[in-house]
Design a protein. Structure first.
Length: 360
């Protein structure tokens, strides 16, 4: 196991994880759709946003906290939903949840979790949300949403960019399937597919989604629970408006980590239009390519309420278990605090659009 106290940044954690993980697992976590152009652009788009720091500002006392859906958070940071944590560490999502609780950072549990929502909820003291897909069995979808609420989840996040699975060629080449000894702990139905056969994500887990989903399904999900429901996978302003019209409590600007439509716009590029159309009516979150505290600063300067990080959490988990995830989260929060200071911001409300260098 890696001595994570010596790892200086998120990128270095990926290198540690690559040495720890079997090829099939590493390729599953890192892969994008088709030629992986969107996967690369997700990171590059943040790096192209140059900053215009203010000077001679008293930043000796900085407050990185925000309030999101009534919950006070230490930083504008959440753990994005990512699947099958037991491929990275035997304790799986439970270890991740413990790390999130130690850092006070909300975790969004993937419905493709290898640990039950109840076990994960018991493992964290931070707010727990749950991501959910609209499956062909709408009754099962409603029941899962209600199960998440009963377990103590504070919000649901419905993924809307997955009517079909994107083609991830690494997984097809590797014959990816749910590994033996693991289970889709929240998706089991007697006599139904388990994901233990197939070649690639589409064949192994195609049963978890449905190509016929529409905005009416958001209405159905909202009616099934009395906790907030956010919509994840929005890249257009008009879709953000529709989400709000159907009662979404927030929108997440995301292209599924570059794993769905290759060639889709990067979240950093799509974010300003979505923010403009939402016009402050609900929180706007963003994920995809966040690797540094400066990326969090950039996202907030573009109008995001908070960011989510996915793969970095998996790299920390694979390298060092719970301590690795804690180290990843604390690195990002520390970098964000320093970036605020260097940009001349003592609180989050001072992170405004004028910090971004406009293109000529």
């Amino acid at each position: 196991m890696t001595d994570c106290t010596t790892v200086l940044n998120v990128e270095a954690f990926e290198a540690e994880a690559a040495r720890s993980l079997p090829k099939v697992a590493y390729d599953y976590y890192r892969s994008g759709a088709w030629g992986e152009h969107t996967l690369a652009e997700n990171i590059a788009a943040w790096q192209r946003l140059w900053l215009r720091p203010r000077c001679m500002v008293d930043v000796s006392g900085r407050d990185t906290g925000i309030t999101l859906l009534g919950q006070r958070l230490p930083a504008p940071l959440l753990l994005a939903p990512t699947a099958m944590h037991q491929m990275a560490h035997a304790d799986g999502e439970v270890a991740t949840a413990r790390a999130a609780g130690a850092c006070g950072v909300p975790m969004v549990l993937s419905s493709l979790s290898t640990c039950t929502v109840e076990a994960v909820a018991q493992a964290t003291s931070a707010p727990l949300w749950m991501q959910i897909y609209i499956s062909q069995d709408r009754g099962f979808t409603r029941a899962l949403a209600q199960r998440a609420q009963a377990a103590g989840c504070k919000a649901l996040m419905v993924t809307v960019d997955t009517p079909v699975w994107g083609v991830r060629e690494r997984d097809i080449h590797n014959g990816f399937r749910v590994p033996d000894g693991m289970r889709m702990a929240n998706l089991e139905r007697p006599g139904m597919p388990t994901g233990h056969s197939g070649s690639g994500i589409g064949a192994a887990l195609g049963w978890t989604i449905d190509a016929s989903l529409t905005w009416k399904d958001l209405d159905m999900l909202r009616a099934a629970v009395n906790i907030p429901v956010l919509v994840k996978g929005v890249l257009r302003g008009d879709d953000a408006v529709k989400a709000i019209e159907h009662g979404a409590a927030g929108v997440v600007v995301s292209n599924h980590g570059g794993r769905q439509l290759d060639g889709a716009v990067a979240p950093a590029t799509a974010l300003p239009e979505v923010v403009q159309k939402v016009a402050g009516r609900v929180p706007v979150l963003v994920d995809g390519g966040i690797r540094r505290g400066t990326d969090i600063l950039r996202a907030l300067a573009l109008g995001a309420t908070a960011v989510q990080v996915g793969r970095p959490v998996l790299w920390g988990l694979a390298a060092a278990g719970q301590p690795g995830v804690e180290r990843v989260l604390r690195l990002l929060m520390e970098e964000f605090s320093l970036a605020m200071a260097l940009a001349g911001c003592s609180r989050v409300s001072e992170i405004t659009s004028d910090l971004i260098h406009a293109k000529p």
